[in-house]
Write a protein that binds this ligand. Structure first.
Ligand code: NAI
Length: 396
């Protein structure tokens, strides 16, 4: 196994929003970086973006003194030929589209063509690392390293084992994570010993979509305008945008794909509802296609929040996240809830559910019970640790 001090050459596969950020911070940390994507023009655009990003970091005084941008950029290469790009790679970050077959194919190709010590780290949002590594020749060298958007500003990276990942590879992943700078402060590189698809953050963020997708369908059946659903959420100020606007903003297909993936892994309760399914099959994916819940063709839609539907309770989102956080404790994915709240804050800039959860768990358990009763979404039933409040003594 490679000595950490010998890791010099990093390859980042997938030069989208995540790959771009990972490449920039790896360059800032002093590594040689090769960026790989499918088209030259994608890579050229991203290289220009990285240079811009470095200029901003320099203005904020975040680059070491005496280090020039041209010097940093001289350590950055691009390639559209994956097999040859990883020939001398010590460490590979994979940040291509969230499709299991593509991630598996890339994992196999990297491990076949790179030196034996090379580590493959996937930035997957939802898949099991064990599944990504399953057909590769070195599953012990495969880990999950999940960054947050934007990578340069959100300081958290979750580092997780698959079933066959060696402890040494996990150690190296955590250490590499710590070395990658963050413009807002020290990077929090979180070690997750036990596999949890969605790591910590997405385990908490995804189950609320079961509830929201159910609300979308009820609103559609009753002919309630989407604005009124968003108005329900705004009323309590717990979420920054209403769920319809947010889904459009992030991409309707993103919510849909995550639900499909979790439907296979966790429960059929994650199956996307009619509204999300129809929007995706019609190609109405939100902001990026010009239409989703709202019409974005003339820019950000004007959303009137003066009338509420009165069917969405934004507190449910926190209740569902508290329940999922308690499940992570019950499953021994983490041993204390502080790390869950830390991941939420440093990864998403949203407070975790445990602070308010300590005061509200009785009320929130009742809310979840009532929701399960009417919706039959049994995945959201409060777990024993939430119901009893036993989590309160499990901070560390
Ligand atoms: P994106 O769609 O912006 O970028 C994906 C890039 O991968 C594209 O440039 C595409 O051309 C490239 N690509 C596709 N197939 C390829 C192949 N065979 N070889 C090389 N490049 C290929 O996607 P994004 O948002 O950057 O997500 C990437 C990964 O990071 C996904 O697994 C996603 O779930 C995960 N992720 C995304 C976050 C987000 O907020 N966008 C946050 C954390 C993780």
């Amino acid at each position: 196994m490679v000595d950490i001090s010998k890791i010099k050459n990093i390859t980042v596969i997938g030069a989208g929003v995540m790959g771009y950020g990972i490449a920039q911070v790896a360059l800032m940390a002093g590594f040689n970086v090769t960026l790989v994507d499918v088209k030259e023009n994608i890579l050229d655009n991203v290289l220009a973006k990285i240079e811009e990003g470095l200029k901003k970091a320099q203005i904020k005084g975040k680059l070491d003194e005496g280090v020039s941008i041209s010097n940093i950029m001289s350590r950055c290469r691009k390639s559209i030929d994956l097999s040859s790009a990883v020939k001398e790679s010590d460490f590979v970050f994979e940040a291509v589209v969230e499709k299991l077959d593509i991630k598996k194919q890339i994992c196999n190709l990297v491990l076949e063509n790179s030196p034996p010590h090379c580590i493959f780290a996937s930035n997957t949002s939802t898949f099991r690392i064990t599944d990504i590594a399953a057909d590769s020749n070195r599953p012990e060298n495969v880990i999950g390293m999940h960054f947050f958007l934007p990578v340069v500003l959100q300081c958290c990276v979750e580092v997780m084992k698959g079933e066959k990942t060696s402890d040494r590879v996990l150690d190296i992943g955590v250490e590499i994570g710590e070395r990658l700078p963050c413009l807002k402060g020290k990077r929090l590189s979180v070690r997750i010993e036990k596999e949890s698809p969605g790591f910590i953050a997405n385990r908490l963020l995804m189950p609320p979509i079961i509830y929201l997708s159910w609300i979308f369908d009820i609103a559609f059946e009753k002919g309630i305008p989407w604005e009124q659903i968003d108005a329900d959420a705004e009323a309590r100020k717990l979420i920054p945008m209403g769920p319809c606007e947010l889904t459009d903003y992030l991409g309707v297909d993103t919510s849909y794909n995550v639900l499909k993936s979790y439907e296979k892994i966790f429960s059929t309760d994650f199956a996307p509802g009619k509204v999300l399914t129809n929007l995706v099959s019609e190609g109405n994916l939100g902001r990026k296609t010009g239409r989703g819940f709202y019409d974005w063709t003339a820019g950000k839609p004007e959303i009137h929040l003066d009338k509420k539907a009165g069917i969405l309770n934004p507190e449910m989102t926190m209740a569902i996240m508290l329940n999922e956080g308690c499940k992570l404790l019950e499953e021994n994915i983490v041993s204390g809830y502080k790390i869950i709240d830390d991941v939420m804050l440093t990864g998403t800039s949203m407070p975790g559910p445990f602070g308010p959860g300590k005061r509200n768990y009785v009320k929130w358990s009742k809310m979840l019970d009532e929701f399960v009763e009417i919706s039959d979404k049994t995945y959201l039933k409060p777990c024993a640790l939430m119901r009893s409040g036993g989590f309160i003594n499990m901070r560390k």
